[in-house]
Design a binder for this molecule. Structure first.
Ligand SMILES: [Zn+2]
Length: 431
């Protein structure tokens, strides 16, 4: 099937960061033409007054936690996790599936086409990804066996998950290893070996809170990145979430090893992780830095437009420097840099001929995005718009959301189902 996105402003995110007034032709799963297109297509969508841009990439999520949204607010990370653990044994595989489906619906409605997830029972998350038609990079979480609530050995569970899912178009399995406070050297190296063997990324939490850093120093005499370097874990496959409490030397080490960072500004602020991830120093040292929402328990939104805006504002405010993280940089982090972190920059993250057709259309015919000039598009996208302005979401050349409704699933049914499952777990009711 071919789709012609006619007459919009195309925010290409190519190397020149060109914004063109023109069309995009999608042929099957690929971008076939960009610019003035004369060819006809099976389906034509009028994009006048809209921006056609690459789908957003959310590189840190625990999507099944939509079922816990609002359950543990206004507390620090440790208390949030404690509270979540009190209901952990009530969560069933079916809950994970229903909750993930709702999270995927929220993401495609707000313009996210790919996400990187860390959880157990990722096979249930995979089911939700397939149902909605979005793209998932799914990491079955590995942690020390003694503290895991998973049945069996988490590393073996992860290996089995990868075996089952290999070769799918929209679901890419990867290795997730939880973090230094839950994983031994053996667990980290086992995870790394598995990632090497399967040729996939390895995703992990890193230096999210001061407590994590100082706890590790007390235990091992080294800060988390120093210790990970010493045990030989750091490598190009590494995608580290948070990276809040890093020294410049640690940034140099991570950059040297080719580790990417996923910045989660909203989650860090909400959990009062303290301090601010040192983004300008990461950029200076050539690290790939992208964006993630983190869990719906700690954000609580999965809207990547919000993440871009908060990212930009947080660093301007903390550095007393309005030039830090301009709108274009925030857009880069949510698109092409997100693809680069996943090792997918050749096929995702920009609108260029031959790349996968993961594209969104953002309606700019609104008071909030007027006046509209080509030069102001990055500004409007980051500072004025939000996910509610996305009119179409296309993944792998298929329309998965149109007119603000998902096309592959019944949103009302998804919402009803999540409420029913949450009623079972929390038993609160609304009477
Ligand atoms: Zn996380």
């Amino acid at each position: 099937m071919s789709i012609l996105l006619r007459g919009g402003y195309v925010l290409t995110q190519n190397d020149e960061r060109e914004i063109l007034a023109g069309d995009v032709l999608i042929d099957d799963d690929r971008i076939a033409e960009v610019g003035k297109v004369t060819a006809e297509a099976d389906r034509e969508i009028d994009c006048s007054g809209s921006v056609v841009m690459p789908g957003l990439i959310n590189n840190h999520n625990h999507v099944a936690n939509t079922i816990m949204r609002g359950y543990a607010d206004d507390v620090h990370l440790e208390q949030m996790l404690e509270k979540a653990f009190t209901v952990d044994d009530k969560i069933t595989t079916r809950d994970v599936q229903v909750a993930s489906l709702a999270g995927c619906v929220e993401m495609i409605r707000t313009g996210t086409t790919s996400f990187l997830d860390m959880f157990y029972w990722e096979n249930e998350v995979a089911r939700a990804v397939r149902q909605t038609g979005m793209r998932g990079f799914l990491g079955w979480v590995v942690l020390d066996r003694e503290i895991s609530t998973q049945k069996g050995d988490p590393l073996k569970n992860c290996a089995g998950f990868m075996r089952d899912l290999k070769g799918e178009e929209l679901v890419s399995p990867l290795v997730a290893v939880h973090g230094v406070y839950t994983c031994s050297e053996e667990t980290f190296l086992g995870a790394r070996d598995l990632a090497e063997r399967e040729d996939v990324p390895v995703h992990f939490h890193l230096s999210e809170t001061r407590k994590e850093v100082y706890g590790h120093v007390e235990k091992y005499g080294l800060r988390p990145p120093e210790w990970l370097e010493k045990i030989g874990f750091l490598c190009e496959r590494g995608i580290a979430a948070h990276c809040v409490w890093l020294t410049t030397n640690e940034i140099r080490t991570l950059a040297k090893r080719g580790v990417s960072a996923v910045h989660c500004p909203v989650s860090n602020m909400k959990l009062a992780s303290g301090g601010f991830a040192p983004l300008p120093e990461m950029f200076e040292n050539g690290m790939t830095v992208c964006l993630g929402t983190d869990s719906p328990l700690s954000n609580n939104s999965l809207d990547m437009f919000e993440e871009m805006k908060f990212c930009s504002l947080m660093h301007k405010a903390s550095r007393w420097d309005a030039t830090v993280v301009p709108a274009q940089k925030a857009l880069d982090m949510a698109t092409i840099e997100g693809a680069r972190a996943l090792g997918m920059e050749e096929s995702l993250g920009s609108i260029e001929i031959g790349k996968k057709a993961d594209i969104i259309v953002v309606d700019m015919k609104k008071a909030k995005s007027t006046p509209l000039f080509k030069s102001r598009i990055p500004s409007h996208l980051v500072y004025s718009c939000n996910g509610g302005d996305v009119s179409h979401t296309i993944v792998n050349g298929r329309i998965v959301m149109e007119g603000s409704r998902p096309t592959n699933v019944d949103e009302d049914e998804v919402v009803r189902s999540l409420q029913e499952h949450a009623d079972e777990i929390f038993g609160e009711g609304n009477d």
